[in-house]
Design a binder for this molecule. Structure first.
Ligand code: ADP
Length: 264
């Protein structure tokens, strides 16, 4: 099995462990999982950073209520991440911070994207136990660029996010192959939008197909990391930049995110 790490690959300075969050397609909840995993790590007492390199739709700042914030630069030319909390133990860098307006699109050709990814991986002043990287959907040039710029030894592993339907599951199977070819450890598959939690009675019903992510994990011989149901409060909190794990601490989704921390 070959690793994509290039000869000049880096181990991220100031970072304990790095976790990649991957999905086969957009809209399955990859950024949501990134934010909730980071929040759960923080709630468990760890310092945590989020690096949003989803160049097509960087949505992390909105989900954390950080829209419009500026990134400061140190005299040595390093970027200082934007802090979510006052004690500066939850920090974020997103491409969105560098765009002029939130409706700006990143329309860059490969070399410019690769240069930006390299800069994002080497020029940030992190000081965190865990760094969670939100990657673009699919297995694009950006993923290869991330792996070329990171030593695979520095990456704890990848969380693969899918919805339960077979179409999304098929896409995540390609992610599994990508991880294996590039030498990324697979932490497991997380099934998002699995069932619906009624806001009135809190009962969970399976309105869509269920179990596809678990079947895939079993077939591929990788851990199944659990199910996150569709929870309207999760969508609302993400929209408003509110802390879901605090607001809905006893929800089934919160339980899965908290349990995810123990698998790292
Ligand atoms: P991706 O990063 O894969 O494109 P997002 O995390 O941006 O997906 O999620 C897409 C939309 O679905 C967002 O509006 C988000 O709030 C919503 N969403 C994601 N997961 C859930 C869930 N389990 N319950 C309710 N809404 C969700």
């Amino acid at each position: 099995m070959t690793s994509a790490a290039g000869p000049n690959a880096t181990i991220l300075e100031g970072v304990g462990q790095t976790v990649l969050v991957l999905s086969g397609k957009g809209g399955v909840g990859k950024s949501t999982v990134t934010v909730q995993l980071a929040s759960a790590l923080r709630a468990a007492g760890h310092s945590v950073g989020v690096l949003d390199i989803d160049l097509c739709g960087p949505s992390i700042p909105r989900m954390l209520g950080l829209e419009g914030r500026d990134v400061l630069t140190t005299p040595q030319g390093k970027w200082v991440p934007v802090y979510v909390d006052e004690d500066q133990r939850f920090s974020v860098i997103s491409l969105a911070f560098f765009l002029d307006s939130k409706s700006d699109a990143v329309i860059w050709r490969g070399p410019k994207k690769n240069a930006m990814i390299k800069q994002l991986l080497t020029s940030i002043m992190w000081n965190v136990d865990y760094l969670i990287i939100d990657t673009p959907p699919g297995t694009s040039d950006e993923h290869i660029s991330v792996m070329e710029n990171l030593r695979s030894a520095a990456v704890l592993g990848a969380v693969l996010v899918t919805t339960p339907q077979m179409m999304a599951v098929g896409d995540v199977a390609r992610e599994l192959t990508f991880c294996r070819r590039t030498g990324i450890n697979i932490l497991g598959v997380l099934e998002n939008m699995a069932g619906f939690v009624c806001p009135n009675c809190s009962e969970c019903s399976n309105i869509l197909a269920t179990g596809g992510g678990e079947q895939l994990a079993v077939k591929a011989g990788v851990p199944f990391l659990g199910r996150v149901p569709i929870d309207p409060m999760l969508a609302l909190c993400s929209e408003k930049g509110e802390n879901y794990l605090v607001k809905c601490s006893s929800s089934p989704a919160a339980a899965t995110f908290k349990a995810l921390v123990t698998t790292l």
